[in-house]
Every structure is written in structure tokens, then in C-alpha cells.
Design a protein around this ligand. Structure first.
Ligand code: FJE
Ligand code: FE
Length: 303
């Protein structure tokens, strides 16, 4: 068989370039918690299909007590410490260091997310929008503990595959909105070429160290920066520093639908938002179990 040109074995034809860069500064959120919000802040309200990216820090007694969600998914990936969660259907657990919770809120979840350990708990929470046809589906959890997250390593590159696949490793997560979510660590001198579907919206968020993205001569980018990537077939990144570089690479197929949002309710029209507020206040259409439920924290976020 003649050798076939493909992006995964013959390099990238059209590497994506960085088109915008944001520094995520700390801001208060929840009750006494702090988030560095990149996607979802005023200047970047939506990066279809992504609604919010928060790098959060929470130390007891701060946290995210009882609050609802409808119409999207929350993906919580712990970097340090642990968060305990508890919902109105009796689903509860602890998300420890390196663990993943992929929660499809669908028609409705009411839950609390609170620190579960001493010291500061740190992680990432990504909100992924759902298509109109899936906004009212039954809620679903996919949970993977750190030891079960698919990993691969090659030529100074280590990847933890949260969603999608990279370096031959594949995630077991089902993404209702097609999504890739990769946690890369590059040793000094490492060079990455990662294919990404051409029609997807893609960003990088730097967690640690200093990286070069898009073009080898571009200036280095350090922690807490979000980079939006332009069109192309993949990402090229370099670690030209003397320390480890860690970043996440996230891509998703845009929904291209109208957006109507009120805090943690994300629908397509204002009328659907009005109905959602009514459903939540009157315990209907998925919020039935909220009527008599309070988490152990006994607090609410004020919805
Ligand atoms: C919140 C609605 C919310 N960022 N990062 C309104 F859903 C939240 C909320 C979070 C959150 C939770 C975790 Cl564990 C991590 C987060 C927002 O729960 F804070 C407000 N005000
Ligand atoms: Fe939540």
C-alpha cells in the first residue's frame, strides 16, 4: 500500500496560530472561593461550545454551596486537594487530586461543591454547552479516578487524556458535545504536534511553566493565560525553557445556536430561561427533588 499523508504521522499541514491571549486574574466566586475565569468573563462571554473556564481555589469554609444547573455540562478536574459534591438525587462523592467528574446537568441538577481536605483545593471547571436537542436530557455523571485516566508519554511529552485521544491513548468519556480535553506536560526541549479536527474551536490554558505556541518564534506564554487558536489542523507547541511546561488543550465542535443565559441556566431563548426560572422556583420539569433537599453545608448560593 502506498503511504498515505495524514496529520498524525506526517506532521501538521496547517498549524493553528494563537489569535487572542487573555490573562485570567483572580476574582471572588461562590461563597468565599476564588476563580481565575478566562472563558465566561465579560470580554469573552462565549467560545462556542465553551461557556466558562475557571481555575478555582477554595479553602474551607469557602465553597460552592447548593446551586442549580440546566442546559450544559460541568467538567471538574482536580489539580490539588479534593472537593466533595452532593446532589438532590443522593449522588455524592469526593473528587481527589487528578480525578475527573464529567457532569451532564441536562434538564436539571441541584448540588453543592465544597472543600473535602485541609489547605487549598485547586482545579479546573469547564462548562460545555449542550445542543438544543440535548438540553433537557436526564442528568448523567461520568467519573474517573486519577489512576484510571488514560496516559501516554513520548519524546519528553506526557499526556493525560480527559476526553478524546492523543499519542495512542484514548479516554472512556462520552462527550455529548464532541470535545477533546488533553492535559500535556512537556519536558525542557520537547516539541508537540497534536492533530485537532479542523472545524473545532480550540484553546490552550497554561497551568505551569512557560510555553511557545503556534509558531516557534512567538513569545513565551506563562501560567494563567488562555490562548484562543485560529483555523488549522492541529497545535504545535515547544518547551524552550529549563522547567516543566504544563497546559491543557481543549477543543469542541461549535453548536452555532442562539444562546440565552442566566447564571447556571443556559438555554437558546429568553423564553426558555423564563420557563427554567419558573421550573426551578416551583420544583418542576427536573427540579422536583429540590423541594425538600438541602446539602450538608445547609447553605445556598442565592438562586
Ligand atoms: C457559582 C453558579 C455556579 N465556578 N468552579 C453561580 F455554578 C457556581 C459554581 C462554580 C464552581 C464550582 C466549582 Cl467546584 C469550581 C466553579 C463556578 O458552583 F459559583 C455561582 N456563583
Ligand atoms: Fe455546580
Amino acid at each position: 500500500m502506498p503511504e498515505k499523508e495524514s496529520s498524525s504521522c506526517a506532521g501538521l499541514k496547517e498549524p493553528r496560530l494563537v489569535v487572542r491571549k487573555f490573562l485570567a486574574r483572580p476574582q471572588p466566586e461562590g461563597v468565599g472561593a476564588v476563580v481565575r475565569r478566562s472563558i465566561g468573563r465579560f470580554e469573552l462571554r462565549y467560545f462556542d461550545p465553551f461557556l466558562v473556564l475557571d481555575e478555582f481555589s477554595v479553602t474551607a469554609p469557602a465553597g460552592f454551596p447548593d446551586h442549580p444547573h440546566r442546559g450544559f455540562e460541568t467538567v471538574t478536574y482536580m489539580l490539588q486537594g479534593a472537593v466533595k459534591h452532593e446532589d438532590f438525587d443522593g449522588h455524592k462523592g469526593t473528587i481527589g487530586p487528578g480525578d475527573l467528574q464529567w457532569m451532564t446537568a441536562g434538564r436539571g441538577i441541584v448540588h453543592s461543591e465544597m472543600p473535602a481536605a485541609q489547605g487549598t483545593q485547586k482545579g479546573l471547571q469547564l462548562w460545555i454547552n449542550l445542543s438544543s436537542k440535548y438540553k433537557m436530557i436526564e442528568p448523567r455523571y461520568q467519573e474517573i479516578s486519577s489512576k484510571d485516566i488514560a496516559e501516554a508519554a513520548k519524546d519528553g511529552i506526557k499526556v493525560r487524556v480527559i476526553a478524546g485521544e492523543a499519542l495512542g491513548a484514548k479516554s472512556a468519556i462520552y462527550t455529548r458535545t464532541p470535545t477533546m480535553y488533553l492535559d500535556f506536560t512537556l519536558e525542557p526541549g520537547a516539541h508537540l504536534q497534536q492533530p485537532i479536527p479542523g472545524s473545532w474551536n480550540v484553546f490552550v490554558y497554561v497551568l505551569e511553566g512557560e510555553g511557545i505556541f503556534g509558531r516557534s518564534k512567538s513569545s513565551p506564554v506563562n501560567a494563567h493565560h488562555l490562548l484562543l487558536l485560529g483555523p488549522g489542523d492541529g497545535l504545535e507547541a515547544w518547551n524552550k525553557s529549563s522547567k516543566l511546561l504544563r497546559f491543557i488543550l481543549v477543543g469542541g465542535e461549535p453548536l452555532c445556536e442562539p444562546l440565552a443565559q442566566f447564571g447556571p441556566f443556559v438555554m437558546n431563548t429568553q423564553e426558555e430561561i423564563d420557563r427554567t426560572i419558573d421550573d426551578f422556583e416551583n420544583y418542576r420539569n427536573g427540579f422536583e427533588k429540590a423541594r425538600h433537599w438541602r446539602s450538608e453545608s445547609g447553605l445556598t448560593l442565592g438562586f
